[in-house]
Structures are given as structure tokens and as C-alpha cells.
Design a protein around this ligand. Structure first.
Ligand code: NAD
Length: 514
């Protein structure tokens, strides 16, 4: 779906700005041999990186954070050049990456600290127990095109903080931002534990063939292929996939805030956000007023290519294929009886599609069931809260949702009935700024999750158990050979006593079992 040119050239990808068709760069198509060679080199340097420990790695991550902040304007230029985003949409990418570097560099030491639980089982009570976390040597990070600088940062930063080396495969649509990402790492003189593999799906497949853990973000269709390839190698993986996120607007909501938030949540990044609002359910008593406010908000959005001026609200779509999907969803809905209240067609320039609000839609339409990933907001009138919840859950996806209500407790109660990985109450996208909580999709929106405090680093590690004696040892343990009834009875008696609930089961086994 993401091909941007006929694959006539087998050695290079020519990258174009989708807003105006200009050629903005070229990257090589890495062969599977080249990818394997990069992975081998990462394996050489990863042990030293791991040996630096979280404090040593923190120094490099913070030096890289400085580089990101110092080069932010240039990074934003590159992001805009290959995505056609507005300045505002592109500006968050380096800033959020810098924030993630701060978080994982600052917390990794605490998250990776060995644990020493006391044993529950009396037969292990004489042991010092340790759980230690050792990184996967090479983590493959495969990313999509919607946030080409930030998206690698979401996942490879905690992987590096864990002590893994990372092989990054960016989208063929937007590889230039990833080139910048890795250039910065090299420029600060950091250990060579971050490598780039550019190319199409075959290059991604080569990354899987050479990695020890795969972190994939992209469409559900490709995610399924990635899962199969990982299963073949018995590789652990984590998948962040597509979504069809519902917004539930209840009659007691602050309708101005809901209409402002949903306009932004649906149109930010031209709707090309995994957790953007893709469908809206509104309680009947406020439906007309809400639709009027939302339509007014969407109608006044300014659309265009603004370079560094911040003159526009909504930019281009990343590919013409993406624009065609949006058009198919809108045209299909209209053909089945939906009404366009604003927008509804391509602007005719580049890949721009007008910010669109649709009404009279239902779940027989692709715009309500398939991921659109574009600037459309289909709105449905529902009788009550129960119908809103039922329709919100009627989806193969389960990424995130928003609930708009004047009663926060009601919002939390509804959140717990929604089958999604995250719910934002009276806000949109807020969980995407909070790496302290997990960001993961349910159902066909993903497997596993990114972030979630300690879990965000520990997912890139293999937990290892170590036991060692806490008390002076004898020449034999109780259960070692030769078998002796007295010792076996004593050892297992201890276990039985500790597991017994009540005196009747404390001492000896019932007669029938002896
Ligand atoms: P895509 O699935 O087409 O491509 C994603 C990446 O996979 C690209 O780098 C591509 O080259 C690579 N790839 C393709 N075939 C492969 C294969 N067989 N093996 C390994 N890698 C392969 O996705 P896209 O169109 O680039 O991105 C848009 C999708 O990403 C949307 O569905 C969106 O919802 C999703 N997304 C999800 C999240 C999330 O956190 N859940 C975030 C951003 C985007």
C-alpha cells in the first residue's frame, strides 16, 4: 500500500514530497545480505553497550537528546519534506523524541534493577533469589510513515536504554527522517549500536530474519505477516497496529470542548494518527448541536503547504494511495446514503483531501468499519450511553477511545466497558504523551504494548533467574540421592505444611493417598 513509485529501480528509493511531487531525496534499497552484515556488526558492539550499564548509556542518550534539540528545525524541515505535513504537525516530532530520551535515560537504572524476592516455597527459602534483566542483543524496529522521526523514537529509545542494539527499518515512504535519526547518533560519536536498513517490505523481512526481538508498528495486514515470520523463527515480537477509534459524546458533555477536541483528534496530522478519532457516537439530545459545532470547526480549518510559517492547520496525505482510500470511504458512504456536511473530496493539489464531516452513516459502511487514516469524521446519533458503548465495541479494532462527559466518574465507568487499550476522558491523544502508562492495541490493533513505565524497557530484556545459597551448604541437599524415605517425607512435609489451609491437611496425607 505504501509504494511511492513503480519499483523499476531495484537499488534506490526516490522520495518525493506528496504535497507538490518534488523529489526530496534518495536512499538505497538494502539487500538481505547487507541487512545481515549490519546485524552482525551490531552484535559485535552490543555487549560493550550493555556493559556500560544504564548510567553509561544515559550519558549517550542525553547527549543525543541535545543533538535532537539543537537540530530540531532541520529535522522538522526533513519531516515536512517527505510527508507534506504542516509545520505544526511536524514540530512535535523532535520535541517529543527529546522528552522520551529524557524519560528512558532517567528511569532505566531504576527499571532495570535486579529484584530479590523471598521465596514462597520452603524448599527455596535457603536461597538468595535474583531476577535480572538482560537485553536482547539485536532489536529490529520496523516503522510506518505517519511520524517518521518520532515513531522510531517511541520504540528504539527504550530498547537502547535497555542495552540492546537496534536495527531500524523505516517506511519506504519516509526514510529521510530516519536517515537523520541515525546520522545524529553517529555524529555525537555514540557506540555503533544503532543501524539503518532502508528499503521496502523485503528489507523489513530481512530485519526479522536477523533480529532477536521485533518491534513492529504499521498496518494490521503487514503486522499479521510479521507475526507469521516471527513465529517461524520463534522470535518474540510486539505489534502496534491500526485502529478505528470511537469518540462517545454524552448529553452532559461540554459540547464546545468535545467539538474542539474531536476536530483536532480527527484532523491532526491529516487524520494519519493510529489513535486519531475515526468515528463519533453522539447521544440524541445533543446530536444536532454537536454536529453544528463540529462542522463549523472543521469548515474553518486552513489547509495547505506552509513550510516554516505555521500558516495552515491541515496538510497533505503521505501518499496518493492513502488519499485514494479516504476517497473510497467517503464515496462509498455517500453512495449508501450518507451526507457530506463539509469537505468530501480531494483538493486537486498533491495528495490533499478536504477535512470532511459525514452524517447519516452506519456500520454497513467502510468509513465506519475499516481504518481510514485520513481527515474524515463520520458521526452517528445514538439513543443512549448503552448504544454508544455497544457500537464503539462493534469493531475488529481496539486501539483507543475517547469519552466526553460532564461527569468524570461516569467517564471512567464507561472507559472500563470499552474494549480498547486506552481511553482518554474529555481529551484526545493524551495517552500518546504518557509513556508512564502502556500504549497498546487490543483485538486486531496489536499484540503487546509499548511503554508502561518499567514494562517499556523490560520488554526488550530477557528475564533471567539466578539462585544461590543463603546458608552454609552441606555435601547434599535433602532430595539428592540416594533416595531416603525419611528425608523425602521431611522435605515434602515442609512443603505440605506451608501449603496446608487448616489443621486437617497440615501434617500427613489422607490415608487413601499414603
Ligand atoms: P505498513 O504496514 O504498510 O508498513 C509498515 C512498515 O512495515 C514499513 O516500514 C514497511 O516497509 C514494512 N513492511 C512491509 N512489509 C513487510 C514485511 N513483509 N515484513 C516486514 N516489514 C514489512 O504500514 P504504513 O502504511 O506504513 O503505516 C500506516 C499504518 O500504521 C496504519 O494502519 C496505522 O494505524 C499504523 N500505525 C499504528 C500505530 C500504533 O501505535 N498502533 C502507530 C502509527 C501507525
Amino acid at each position: 500500500m505504501t509504494a511511492i513509485q513503480p519499483k523499476t529501480d531495484t537499488t534506490a528509493i526516490v522520495v518525493r514530497n506528496p504535497a507538490d511531487g518534488r523529489v526530496v531525496g534518495t536512499v538505497p534499497i538494502e539487500t538481505s545480505e547487507a541487512v545481515a552484515a549490519k546485524a552482525r556488526e551490531l552484535r559485535l558492539f552490543q555487549p560493550e553497550w550493555a556493559a556500560l550499564g544504564p548510567r553509561g548509556r544515559k550519558r549517550w542518550l542525553l547527549k543525543y537528546q541535545d543533538w535532537v534539540l539543537d537540530n530540531a528545525e532541520h529535522i522538522i524541515d526533513v519531516v515536512q519534506s517527505e510527508t507534506g505535513k504542516t509545520r505544526a504537525d511536524a514540530s512535535g516530532e523532535p520535541a517529543n523524541t527529546a522528552s522520551l530520551l529524557d524519560y528512558w535515560a532517567g528511569h532505566a537504572e531504576q527499571f532495570l534493577t535486579d529484584e530479590h524476592p523471598r521465596s514462597f516455597n520452603p524448599l527455596a527459602m535457603t536461597k538468595k533469589l535474583t531476577t535480572t534483566y538482560r537485553p536482547y542483543p539485536v532489536v529490529g524496529v520496523i516503522t510506518p510513515w505517519n511520524f517518521p522521526f518520532l515513531m522510531p523514537g517511541l520504540d528504539l529509545v527504550p530498547a537502547l536504554a535497555a542495552g540492546a542494539a537496534v536495527l531500524l527499518k523505516p517506511s519506504e515512504v519516509t526514510p529521510l527522517s530516519a536517515v537523520e535519526f541515525v546520522r545524529g547518533w553517529t555524529e555525537i560519536g555514540a557506540p555503533p549500536v544503532l543501524a539503518l536498513a532502508t528499503g521496502y517490505g523485503a528489507t523489513g523481512a530481512a530485519v526479522i530474519a536477523n533480529a532477536d526481538f521485533v518491534q513492529f508498528t504499521g498496518s494490521t495486514a503487514t503486522g499479521r505477516k510479521v507475526a507469521v515470520a516471527c513465529a517461524e523463527r520463534l522470535l518474540p515480537y510486539s505489534l502496534e497496529l491500526g485502529g478505528k477509534d470511537p469518540a462517545l459524546v454524552l448529553a452532559d458533555a461540554d459540547l464546545d470542548r468535545a467539538a474542539n477536541g474531536i476536530a483536532w483528534g480527527g484532523m491532526f496530522n491529516s487524520g494519519q494518527v493510529c489513535v486519531s478519532v475515526e468515528r463519533v457516537y453522539v447521544e440524541a439530545p445533543v446530536y444536532d448541536e454537536f454536529v453544528a459545532k463540529l462542522t463549523a470547526n472543521v469548515r474553518r480549518l486552513r489547509q495547505g503547504q506552509d513550510d516554516r510559517t505555521f500558516a495552515f492547520d491541515v496538510g497533505a496525505l503521505a501518499t496518493s494511495a492513502q488519499r485514494d482510500i479516504v476517497q473510497r470511504h467517503v464515496d462509498g458512504a455517500v453512495a449508501a446514503g450518507a451526507r457530506v456536511v463539509t469537505g468530501g473530496k480531494p483538493t486537486g493539489t498533491g495528495t490533499f483531501f478536504e477535512p470532511t464531516v459525514l452524517v447519516d452513516v452506519d456500520h454497513s459502511m467502510a468509513c465506519m468499519t475499516e481504518e481510514t487514516f485520513g481527515p474524515t469524521l463520520p458521526v452517528v446519533k445514538v439513543a443512549d450511553e448503552a448504544e454508544a458503548i455497544r457500537l464503539a465495541n462493534d469493531s475488529v479494532y481496539g486501539l483507543s477511545a475517547t469519552v466526553w462527559t460532564g461527569d468524570k466518574e461516569r467517564g471512567e465507568r464507561i472507559a472500563r466497558q470499552l474494549d480498547v487499550g486506552a481511553v482518554n476522558i474529555n481529551d484526545v491523544l493524551s495517552n500518546a504523551f504518557a509513556c508512564d502508562v502502556p500504549m497498546g492495541g487490543w483485538k486486531q490493533s496489536g499484540v503487546g504494548a509499548r511503554w508502561g513505565g518499567a514494562a517499556g524497557v523490560l520488554k526488550y530484556c530477557r528475564p533471567q533467574a539466578i539462585t544461590s545459597p543463603r546458608v552454609p551448604t552441606q555435601s547434599k541437599e535433602l532430595l539428592w540421592y540416594p533416595t531416603a524415605r525419611r528425608r523425602v517425607k521431611f522435605a515434602l512435609g515442609l512443603l505440605r505444611a506451608s501449603a496446608a489451609r487448616g489443621v486437617r491437611r497440615f501434617g500427613v496425607a489422607p490415608r487413601a493417598a499414603r
